[in-house]
Design a protein around this ligand. Structure first.
Ligand SMILES: [Zn+2]
Ligand SMILES: [Zn+2]
Length: 303
């Protein structure tokens, strides 16, 4: 491969895992993406999907593995204690994560491995593990194999916001933007960060009517399929301010930033496979090159 990389979706859900049943087609594991370029692996977020990525990477032998975390909400880190390369003494894992002063984030990550949450303790980690805090609101990390990872903070998500990542190699690029609620399209700085990438992965947690808390009777008009019969799964109430996007926000951001392709991602755990297919159909009204992230699917981004 002369440029670009290969992306594999390892976990595509938001909030909590929902294996089996009516989530089988698109998958029930939480957020994690595996990117590979010139034999060097890079992982974006460590939801339960990272367990699958870890199995793939363990089978391929030792490489430095760079893991970049968007933020530390549990759906983005809960797979980390089960990431196989951490327990292999041949491996080196570099953990990049937002750190907002002090060492609170590092302590929170270390806590995943110590009692009472886990029996293993930090000594059980056999790989060389390096913590690489990202303290600035924006910056870039060069990985040495022609891959550059730029990051930029976005503040709409509760607690400390999130980091967006832009991964570039050989003229090809991808932006990972999750948990970035933006009712009025991205601000100018974020648009400039995302502008022109080949592929945008953007959270798409809600249908519009669930976001605004519209009555269920209005579902047909506001975009949620009436046929799914899942009304009892949803407590009433708006989701504004939860920090998550709708498919329309994702599609409008994709259009505003002039990206090549949009992959919807970070689906609400209450949505069935059939509902996701309805979701992407609606997103295509705003941005025709919209697709659904599916667990296990690989996408080539190359020259
Ligand atoms: Zn999330
Ligand atoms: Zn979150």
């Amino acid at each position: 491969m002369s440029g670009g990389f290969e992306l594999t979706f390892c976990g595509v859900r938001g909030s909590f895992p929902v294996p089996g049943g009516d989530t089988r087609r698109y998958g029930g594991n939480t957020a994690s993406l595996l990117l590979e370029a010139a034999g060097a692996p890079l992982v974006l977020d460590a939801g339960t999907g990272i367990i699958r990525a870890g199995r793939q990477l363990a089978a391929r032998g030792a490489h430095p593995i760079h893991v970049f975390l968007s933020h530390l909400h549990s759906d983005h880190i809960m797979g980390l204690p089960f990431f196989a390369p951490l327990f292999d003494p041949r491996q080196e894992v570099v953990l990049h994560y937002p750190e907002d002063g002090g060492s609170r984030s590092r302590r929170a990550l270390e806590a995943l491995f110590v009692p009472p949450y886990s029996p293993i303790t930090l000594r059980g980690i056999r790989a060389r593990l390096r913590f690489a805090p990202l303290r600035a609101a924006a910056g870039a990390v060069a990985l040495g194999n022609g891959v550059e990872v730029a990051y930029r903070r976005h503040d709409s998500h509760p607690c400390l916001g999130v980091l967006l990542y832009r991964v570039a190699r050989g003229g090809r690029s991808l932006v990972y933007a999750t948990d970035v609620e933006s009712p009025r399209v991205f601000d100018a700085g974020t648009r400039a960060f995302v502008a022109g990438v080949d592929l945008l992965v953007h959270d798409s947690q809600y249908f519009e009517n669930d976001y605004v808390g519209a009555p269920r009777a209005a579902a047909g008009k506001t975009g949620r399929p009436a046929r799914q019969g899942t009304a009892s799964r949803w407590p009433a109430g708006a989701r504004r301010g939860f920090g998550h996007s709708t498919m329309t926000m994702a599609a409008r951001n994709a259009a505003a930033c002039g990206v090549g392709r949009l992959y919807l991602f970070h689906y609400d755990p209450r949505y069935s496979d059939a509902m996701l297919e309805e979701m992407v159909r609606l997103a295509r009204r705003e941005f025709p090159r919209s697709y659904l992230a599916r667990e296990g699917k690989s996408v080539h981004i190359r020259r």
